[in-house]
Design a protein around this ligand. Structure first.
Ligand code: GDP
Ligand code: CA
Length: 307
């Protein structure tokens, strides 16, 4: 089956592992957020693409939730000791990937081309694409000022309430090569249980990706990142509350108005599915191991049967 999955970092990566377990990975294309990308220590870092690559390659640190397993931090400790920029955590193994990507980008390669090479080098069968090769950066407007994503999320620990999310560069950003083709050939489009505002939002801010979803002829199914009205991790709950007025399945569905046909919600939220507006699929959505990831993916993939 040909499936496209729109994905952010951690939640998206966990879900993608379930998807490639449930269907032939060769038919799976991940379209990944690049709004969090940053330059740090002279290196081009794409945190969500890396989370997806590491997860699919079985290299991710599942406990920490980001970066690589068996990581060491010698380079960053040296950076700090020498008075360098050390607020953004980069492990030694992780750094190796950033060096390769940075050299490729400096040499004129596109982000999608180098991501393709990394995918092949890691032996992955699934296709991993950045939403766009062009610069698209997420900004948060808060009562305490405007911050780019990583300064808001990492440096300020996403403490500032968000009044508005902006995507610098989105208006002119074209989908990366392969994105529209994958959407066109997909039998099913999935939106991972990623943050709707800062992980999926930047992908949908690329006009031609959004319009491809609006004009889809196959089902699109989103998985809610909330369990019992709260994010498993991170600011999704607080953002839904402030920006959409609540954290019920209907509020999650509202983030994807006109773009989805079904929403997968957790059993803990089943009592609130009445006004959701799209077909609700109720199941257990906590991805704590391979079996639960796969079961969640299968619940979403089953939507094809209802089309
Ligand atoms: P980021 O880019 O690393 O912040 O990751 P994502 O946006 O892809 O994922 C963050 C979201 O994943 C959060 O809103 C979490 O609530 C959600 N999430 C993480 N683990 C799970 C899980 O096991 N089940 C569900 N339903 N959501 C999850
Ligand atoms: Ca992210």
């Amino acid at each position: 089956m040909k499936v496209v999955v729109l994905s952010g970092g951690v939640g998206g990566a966990r879900f993608l592992r379930g998807v490639v377990d449930a269907v032939d990975p060769a038919g799976v294309t991940a379209v990944v957020n690049v709004g969090d990308d940053l330059e740090v220590l002279g290196l081009s870092v794409s945190p969500d693409l890396d989370s997806v690559l590491y997860a699919l390659a079985g290299l991710a640190d599942e406990e920490r939730g980001w970066g690589r397993a068996d990581e060491t931090w010698n380079a960053l400790a040296t950076v700090e000791a020498l008075g360098g920029e050390a607020w953004f955590r980069l492990g030694d193994r992780d750094l190796g990937l950033h060096v390769v990507r940075t050299q490729a980008l400096r040499g004129g390669e596109s982000l999608s081309t180098v991501t393709n090479r990394l995918t092949a080098a890691l032996g992955l069968e699934a296709t991993v694409l950045p939403a766009t090769d062009e610069s698209l950066r997420t900004w948060l407007d808060t009562p305490n000022g405007s911050f780019d994503f990583q300064h808001w999320f990492v440096a300020r620990a996403h403490r500032d309430p968000v009044d508005r999310v902006r995507f610098e560069g989105a208006a002119s950003a074209r989908p990366a090569p392969g994105v529209l083709e994958a959407l066109h050939h997909a039998e099913l489009i999935l939106i991972a249980p990623s943050n709707p505002f800062v992980s999926i939002g930047p992908i949908l801010a690329v006009e031609r990706i959004r319009s491809a979803l609006e004009r889809r002829r196959v089902p699109c199914v989103a998985v809610s990142p909330l369990i019992g009205g709260e994010a498993v991790k991170g600011p999704a709950g607080a953002m839904l509350h402030r920006l959409e007025g609540g954290t019920t399945p209907a509020h999650v569905a509202q983030c994807y108005a006109g773009l989805i046909d079904a929403l997968v919600v957790d059993e803990a939220d089943a009592h609130q599915i009445d006004a959701v507006g799209v077909r609700p699929i109720v199941t257990k959505t906590l991805m704590r191991d391979a079996a639960s990831r796969r079961a969640l993916a299968e619940a979403a993939l089953d939507a094809v049967a209802f089309a």
